[in-house]
Design a binder for this molecule. Structure first.
Ligand code: SF4
Ligand code: SF4
Length: 443
């Protein structure tokens, strides 16, 4: 009978972690629907980016106030997980504050005090984040693509974090009261710089009531963490895990450098060399033309682009810097990432249902992302520069444009005219090459 809570806890833990693992495997499977891409280059630079951008949050602090608040929430959340480790051990073995018997008293008290201060900072941070979203109504959180689920998702996460932190501090406050009553099982352990201000609320309560409060907060806190863990799969909050691999695999070449298709480059070189036999088999090492140029659906994208889509935090920093968006065009780089994820998840659901992907008559192009959006992009890279987790919306835009131009010859008229001019005149203007130097005779 006395082991029932431990058994229940172990079952809850196994179900929570098991369900999370199943969903993470689905995400990995979906990302693998993309093309493989070689990211074995620049290893030192990649690790440096992980430490600087993902761990060090260097891009977040470009906007100091939200950056600082985010650091509170991020550091608090990461470090408080050490406390969760203790909760898990206590839950499985029926111990109480097990780390107190393992760590030196001073260190243990310091850790608990740090957790409390961080929990308080997290609480302040999420309350201010909620205020910015819902009272101050920052423009980037009220764009068209942020209606419905994305808006609710942003708020649900903040409520989750608020409740978890309040439960954590309540649990400590009740524990502290039980310790001062000398209740058995509640060893004198920990230092409580924040919850000491909550503890007086419990003055006069019986030991039984205090135990009920402490156990209630303990259970709700750990079950809340397990629910939160599983909520990540459905949420933009997945970035707390994926930001690290995403930054590692982020672009490490100069932003303005576009990838050329080797097969096309070879084709052009052959056109310029009168001695080449156009019917000869390609020489060894020369790239063959791909089966399809560019991307019309998510399976045509590469795995890093699909990882990008799952990592997007929907913060809108990219869109708020996008000149096309600022000047009223339909394009929002955040929406490009959200659409890519939505389509990828739709395909994932299709596979879950049918065992393999059954064509559903839809694709990323036109059904999610319009041509108007794609051609509104100036390719300025401002979105890539602004993204705090190294996402590259431009690469998706460019791949989809490549599909339109090379597979469908469907570029806008102005562009087609320029491309024809380049082909015929070696310049985008409609003047014969022979007339190039006419300007010098004009005066
Ligand atoms: S690259 Fe395109 S999408 Fe990105 S900021 Fe510039 S115009 Fe906007
Ligand atoms: S792409 Fe980056 S900057 Fe844009 S919304 Fe997503 S996380 Fe934020």
């Amino acid at each position: 009978m006395q082991y029932i809570p431990n058994i229940l806890f172990s079952i809850a833990l196994a179900v929570g972690i098991g369900y999370f693992t199943i969903n993470i495997r689905k995400i990995i499977r979906n990302i693998k629907l993309g093309h493989e891409i070689d990211a074995s280059d620049n290893t030192a630079q990649r690790w440096s980016n992980v430490f600087r951008i993902a761990l060090g949050q260097s891009k977040m602090v470009v906007r100091p106030i939200p950056g600082l608040l985010h650091i509170f929430v991020y550091v608090g959340f990461v470090i408080i997980n050490i406390e969760v480790l203790e909760i898990i051990i206590d839950g499985i073995f029926g111990t109480h504050r097990v780390l107190f018997s393992i760590l030196p008293t001073g260190l243990y008290n310091f850790l608990i005090a740090s957790f409390e201060i961080l929990a308080f900072l997290v609480l302040i941070g999420v309350i201010l984040f909620w205020t910015r979203r819902n009272i101050q109504k920052l423009k980037r959180f009220w764009a068209n693509e942020m209606k419905g689920w994305p808006k609710n998702d942003g708020n649900i996460i903040l409520y989750f974090e608020m409740v978890l932190m309040v439960l954590f501090l309540t649990m400590n406050a009740a524990d502290q009261s039980l310790q001062s009553l000398g209740a058995s099982h509640y060893v004198e352990a920990g230092s409580f710089p924040i919850s000491q201000f909550i503890a007086p609320l419990f003055n006069g309560l019986s030991e039984g009531t205090l135990i009920a409060i402490e156990r209630g907060a303990w259970w709700l806190h750990i079950l809340g963490i397990l629910v939160f863990l599983n909520y990540l799969y459905f949420s933009k909050h997945l970035h707390i895990i994926l930001a690290f691999p995403n930054v590692y695999f982020g672009k490490v070449v100069p932003k303005g450098k576009f990838k050329n298709l080797d097969s096309v480059t070879n084709e052009v070189k052959m056109m310029m060399d009168p001695n080449v036999d156009p019917f000869a088999a390609p020489a060894e090492g020369v790239a063959e033309a791909p089966a399809k140029f560019g991307a019309s659906d998510v399976m045509d994208l590469n795995r890093i682009q699909l990882l990008n889509a799952y990592t997007c935090t929907e913060c809108g920093r990219c869109t708020s810097e996008c000149p096309a968006n600022i000047t009223g065009k339909k394009l929002s780089p955040r929406k490009i990432m959200m659409d890519t994820r939505d389509r990828l998840e739709e395909i994932g659901e299709n596979i879950n249902k049918n065992g393999e992907f059954k064509p559903d008559g839809k694709q990323l192009l036109d059904d999610y992302i319009s041509r108007e959006e794609l051609w509104a992009c100036t390719t300025c890279n401002a979105c890539v520069e602004a993204c705090p987790v190294s996402i590259d919306p431009l690469s998706i835009i460019m791949d989809m444009r490549q599909y339109l131009v090379m597979e469908q010859s469907a570029a806008p008229t102005e562009l087609n005219v320029s491309m024809t001019n380049i082909e015929n005149n070696g310049a985008p203007w409609p003047y014969n090459q022979m007339d190039r130097l006419n300007w010098k005779d004009e005066n």
